[in-house]
Design a protein around this ligand. Structure first.
Ligand code: PEP
Ligand code: MG
Length: 916
């Protein structure tokens, strides 16, 4: 009967503990929420007959209970539930917890729903004390091994449970200090040179240090040890690095972690023992090869922590062919069973293979695409599942820049290649060297591109990694924390670069076999695809896909990533229901958007057409005009520009829809700021400097974002709207005469009442009619409005009567709904996110509960009066996958985003449709 707690209301025993052992488990892979990823997969592996050491998982509900009940546990957990589960493990192995003759030793590990590599705590070799260590020594016939296990256990326990650790990162680890002092006293260099007697002395010194520094005695009673370890695992759910990681990965705090208690197997008992980690396919490229690393005579964390540089898995084939054969068989079993690329941890104890963990493997964007497409072709998954396997942001990695090969080659020939490490996270990064996370954060705050350089990264470095362009480490393998976390973040990473020697104290890095010394702040470049580390900065170049699609400088057959990209986009287009448009103001931007698959333009910001050269001049003259006549003169200068621009845009887009928004210039963005500029403008306008300055002062607004912009401008100065509509219609007429039918969508910005839209729409219709009459050419057009002011969203039913379409301007709608300036909120939003006020920046991803609710309401109201009202979104959120999913659910017709985000939006839209 499962171990459990009696629920008083229903008299049903609630299960808190789930056991597993060879061939049988109480849980399975579907129970991640309750058992955490690690626990669920241990259960699944046991169920499919893989060699898993027996154990049990304490569910995440216990962690939640722990935090909800002032760090206490459900009744009977330690009194009867855990002892009962331990008994099953004892029976399976014929060992006993705490038995001095034949002790059962256990590991206690954290494991949340989502993998959080290295962020929480783990304790190994638990159950050892002065008596059981002798039992282990006798059973293993290896006293040195037994005492080394004990030493490691006391150290881990002392640190994780009893809290003896350096106060800050600059101080030395107290346990390491004791170890180093002993080694020096004995005149030995390596830990392996320490004998049993020396290890016994070190254990004694460790315990003494624990008592002296923490006032706590190291517990001898294994049950007390276990209780302490379980508590520490739950506590580690809320340590600082876990919190940072959760924030970065949008993992909510209420999930909690499970705690896995499992019989120890030893990879460090001799030369026929070992431990390793592997991926069933290459996690960097996606190639279908077994990829991993191992170390003989080593214990679990040695491989991932990067302390010893491990060997490639292919070497295991030579050294232990039978084990390799077995492991390779497990690789196939797991892939067939999970139908995905898996990441595994294994241990070999005295020639027997054990599986300690498996989970779906983290992978780079290019690998994710390749694996999904390959697995479809291998018949493991269908096209729908292939799409759901790829996070839209992973696709984005394929669009990211790489180094220009010629420039890189020249740098290498000039002797700038410093070293080569492992190509742990692909892409090209260039920036300034920083040796610690805090400095990296500071430098990046000042707007510098940063490369974080560490001997090895620890999870504490996560803050620094998040702000860096790239990460370089001296030690560690492909599966080290640095590599795992970097890949997950989509960061460029070169790991295990042994030719570098980093000295934190001196703030410098030397290159083996040369005189080269690099210092903090020096420029450096990393090629995460090849592992090359190059001195100085290097220009980056567009990715293969961009070269094929946008630049046309590469043939598809010369771009290995092209075929998977093409296939994926074909599938995405098959399933998505949302149309994808782009925000573009110039023909070249429109052309780029088209190559990425845009189906129209959702927003052409006409004020952006006036940023350059002579145009800004005419625009300023219009804004600063003293009377109608002057304004008309300026406007007439703008007309030909506009007509040509619209013609170019329509022509590029063919018959696809193009939404042109009437002028919406927050005045502060367009008026000259410095005296010198004002002087130049005055000269050009033929007006006195003082007069122009005064006029600018008159126009000054305290809240330009809430000022004379959008439709207000056109209502005050109808001649501006007339000119723009004239230009749009004349361009459309010209194209019609040339044989191309375009249906311009004329969009009115910043409407808050239906009257504003009615007044503007009337003017648009009047002007359009007169152009059509004059040109003798029939052109259809639509008139719609942006919904970007909360009042407009609330009164959408009235507004819809005068509109053919709505486009949600979520930049302004967010700004005004939240009452947060879109320009300045960067100052406090990061700390708002830290306080869980928002899970994500609301200017990046739609605030679904607030802004989202307004959109849904407005969409329903609008369509209640006009069932075929066309709905879209054109704020920056249009390229954010979570927001795209929201738009799909809200029943919008399209999303519009920046050209480079179009592929991401296509994929996100398909995923939303498949998940619907
Ligand atoms: C918006 O407000 O979302 C929008 C698209 O308009 P702009 O960003 O130009 O204000
Ligand atoms: Mg706006």
């Amino acid at each position: 009967m499962p171990t459990s707690e009696i629920s008083s209301s229903k008299n049903v025993r609630k299960q808190y503990i789930y056991k597993f052992s060879g061939g049988r488990a109480e849980g399975d892979a579907s129970m991640k929420n309750l058992l955490g990823g690690k626990g669920a997969n241990l259960a699944e592996m046991a169920n499919i007959g893989l060699p898993v050491p027996p154990g049990f998982t304490i569910s995440t509900e216990v962690c939640t209970w722990y935090y909800e009940h002032q760090q206490s546990y459900p009744e009977n957990l330690f009194e009867s539930d855990i002892p009962e589960a331990l008994r099953s493990v004892e029976e399976a192995l014929g060992k006993k917890f705490g038995d001095p003759e034949n002790p059962l030793l256990i590991s206690v590990r954290s494991g949340a729903r989502a993998s959080m590599p290295g962020m929480m705590d783990t304790i190994l070799n638990l159950g050892l004390n002065d008596r059981t260590v002798e039992g282990l020594a006798a059973k293993s016939s290896n006293p040195r091994f037994a005492w080394d296990c004990y030493r490691r256990f006391v150290q881990m326990y002392g640190d994780v449970v009893l809290g003896l650790r350096p106060a800050d990162k600059k101080q030395k680890d107290p346990f390491e200090e004791i170890l180093e002092a002993e080694k020096e006293k004995l005149g030995v260099r390596e830990d392996t040179e320490l004998g049993t007697t020396e290890l016994q002395e070190i254990v004694r010194l460790y315990k003494k240090a624990i008592l002296e520094h923490t006032g706590r005695t190291f517990p001898d009673d294994p049950h007390e040890q276990l209780q302490g370890a379980v508590g520490a695992v739950f506590e580690s759910w809320n340590n600082e690095r876990a919190q940072v990681y959760r924030r970065l990965n949008h993992i909510p705090g209420y999930w909690g972690t499970a705690c896995n208690v499992q019989a120890m197997v030893f990879g460090n008992m001799g030369e026929d023992c070992g431990t390793g980690v592997a991926f069933t396919r290459d996690a960097a490229t996606g190639e279908n090869v077994f990829y991993g690393e191992f170390l003989m005579n080593a214990q679990g964390e040695d491989v991932v922590a990067g302390i010893r540089t491990p060997l490639e898995i292919a070497r295991l084939k030579e050294e232990k062919p039978e084990i390799y054969r077995q492991l390779d068989g497990i690789r196939t079993t797991l892939e067939q069973h999970y139908r995905d690329m898996m990441d595994i941890e294994f241990t070999i104890e005295s020639g027997t293979l054990y599986m300690l963990q498996c989970r779906v493997g983290k992978r780079t964007g290019p690998a994710a695409l390749k694996i999904a497409v390959d697995m479809f072709r291998e018949g493991l998954i269908d096209d729908r599942e292939a799409l759901l396997r790829i996070e839209p942001e992973q696709l984005n990695q394929l669009l990211r820049p790489v180094f220009d090969m010629k420039e890189k080659q020249a740098a290498i020939e000039a002797g700038r290649l410093l070293a080569k490490g492992l190509n742990a996270g692909p892409g090209a990064a260039t920036g300034k060297i920083c040796f610690n996370a805090t400095d990296a954060a500071e430098l990046s705050r000042r707007g510098e591109a940063v490369i974080l350089v560490r001997i090895e990264t620890s999870p504490e470095d996560i803050k620094g990694m998040a702000v860096s362009e790239g990460i370089l480490t001296e030690r560690g393998g492909m599966t080290s924390h640095a590599a795992l976390v970097a890949r997950q973040m989509g960061k460029v990473c070169v790991a295990g670069c042994g030719a570098l020697s980093i000295d934190y104290q001196k703030g410098e890095m030397r290159v083996e076999g040369s005189e080269i010394v690099l210092r903090e702040g020096d420029d450096i470049s990393l090629d995460g695809t090849t592992g090359e580390v190059i001195a100085g900065s290097l220009p980056t170049r567009n990715s293969e896909i961009v070269e094929v699609l946008v630049d046309g400088t590469r043939k598809p057959e010369d771009a290995p990533s092209w075929e998977v990209y093409r296939q994926l986009m074909e599938w995405a287009d098959r399933y998505r229901r949302l149309q994808i448009r782009a925000n573009a103001d110039q023909p070249d931007q429109a052309a780029t958007a088209l190559t990425f698959g845009a189906e129209g333009i959702g927003l052409c910001r006409t004020e952006h057409m006036f940023f350059g050269g002579e145009r800004i001049q005419a625009m300023r003259e219009m804004i600063l005009a003293d009377n109608l006549e002057e304004r008309n003169t300026a406007i007439q200068k703008l007309l030909p520009y506009q007509r040509d621009d619209f013609y170019g845009l329509f022509r590029t887009m063919g018959s696809r829809p193009v939404t042109i928004r009437l002028l919406d210039p927050p005045l502060h963005e367009f008026l000259p700021g410095s005296d010198e500029e004002i002087m130049r403008l005055a000269l050009k306008m033929g007006k006195p400097y003082e007069h122009v300055k005064e006029r600018i002062a008159d126009l000054h607004e305290f809240n330009p974002m809430l000022g004379l912009r959008g439709c207000r401008l056109g209502i005050l100065h109808p001649e501006i709207t007339i000119m723009q509509v004239q230009a749009i219609m004349e361009a459309a007429c010209r194209l019609r005469q040339e044989g191309l039918e375009v249906v311009p969508e004329i969009m009115v910005p910043l409407v808050s009442t239906h009257r504003e839209l009615e007044i503007t729409a009337e003017l648009i219709h009047k002007t359009a009619r007169s152009v059509v009459a004059e040109q003798w050419t029939g052109v259809r057009y639509l008139v719609g409005t942006m919904i970007e002011v909360p009042r407009a969203a609330i009164t959408s039913a009235e507004i819809a009567r005068a509109a053919d379409f709505f486009s949600y301007g979520t930049n302004d709608l967010t700004q005004m709904t939240l009452g947060m300036s879109r320009d300045d909120s960067g100052q406090y939003l990061p700390s708002y996110q830290q306080h869980d006020v928002f899970a994500r920046n609301p200017f990046e991803s739609i605030d679904i509960a607030g802004v989202g609710k307004l959109i849904s309401m407005s969409a329903a109201d609008g369509r209640s009066v006009k069932p075929d009202l066309k709905l879209g979104i054109c704020g920056e959120h249009g390229g954010d996958p979570a927001s795209v999913e929201f738009c799909h659910k809200a029943g919008l017709n399209y999303v519009s985003c920046s050209p480079y985000r179009v592929p991401v939006a296509r994929l996100a839209a398909a995923r939303a449709a498949l998940l619907d």
